[in-house]
Write a new protein. Structure first.
Length: 278
């Protein structure tokens, strides 16, 4: 349950983009390959905001690991955990958190039954926990500056979980086969080593539409930008999906607009396109 959310922002006299929202993936879209949001991109975002638009980020990171919020280029709640949570960094409050409760325990127990030593990470808003911590999981935490606690079974990890990560190195496909037998949760299909588990019905697309509704933005004025397979739902749910020309084949397949690469101002190009539309 959530309520209409009012975000107060500064704008100029022009309101060309009033109640238009853009949610962008972070790595590979908003940032270039050197991990930098270039000045020309920030300048375009500021133009968009000054003309009444909302700009935010939609990322797989959780709030403990997202240290890149800046009012310089974000003026709306940030979508975290691949759309599970919207968090207002300005007011330090949760707008919504569609997290996994006890219904997630059977799937986790089945994974541990099949792979007793597999590391699993549990992301509760207040506490992050890990089972079977190894070098991969520890690096996953430390690289994002996340404090964590080691537990011995999933029931010890406080719920609800915004998301659960299985560090399935060498067993990713088998773990996903197990999760196929658990329709009570959602997971992100991947060819990589980390399998991400979310609440049933949650993805970047549902998160974007929920945030847009809370902020009184219509679907026709809701846009997304992303480059990866986990951005597909968001790109499809929006009125227009912007994908950099160097994005993944999955993202490019559903793009409404193909922009310059993330190394050449993907988001700046997206706003230039919207400037022509509005």
């Amino acid at each position: 349950m959530y309520f209409a959310y009012i975000w107060y922002y500064k704008s100029g006299d022009k309101m060309k983009f009033k109640n238009v929202i853009i949610a962008s993936d972070f790595d590979g879209t908003l940032k270039n390959d050197e991990g930098i949001i270039t000045p020309d991109v920030i300048e375009k975002i500021q133009y968009f905001i000054e003309n009444g638009g909302f700009f935010t980020v939609c990322t797989g990171r959780i709030h403990q690991g997202f240290h890149l919020y800046s009012p310089e280029y974000i003026n709306a709640p940030v979508l975290l955990g691949n759309g599970a949570m919207a968090y207002d960094y300005e007011k330090e409050e949760i707008i919504f958190n569609d997290a996994i409760g006890d219904e997630g325990l059977p799937a986790i127990k089945d994974i541990l039954k099949a792979f007793p030593k597999v590391p699993i990470e549990f992301y509760n808003f207040d506490k992050v926990c890990a089972i079977n911590l190894n070098a991969h999981s520890e690096q996953h935490f430390t690289s994002q500056g996340i404090n964590f606690e080691i537990v011995t079974n999933p029931e010890e990890a406080p719920r609800p979980w915004t998301k659960v990560m299985v560090a399935a190195h060498g067993c990713s496909q088998k773990v996903q086969e197990i999760l196929e037998n658990h329709p009570e949760i959602n997971y992100l299909k991947t060819t990589g080593n980390y399998v991400e588990i979310l609440k049933k019905g949650v993805d970047k697309g549902t998160g974007l539409l929920k945030l847009a509704e809370a902020m009184s933005c219509k679907q026709k004025d809701t846009y997304a930008a992303g480059d990866g397979y986990n951005d597909v739902e968001m790109l499809v749910a929006s009125n227009g999906g912007f994908v950099p020309e160097n994005g993944s084949k999955e993202a490019l397949a559903v793009a409404k607009y193909v922009t310059r690469s993330n190394n050449d101002g993907c988001i700046a190009h997206a706003i230039e396109i919207l400037d022509e539309i509005y």
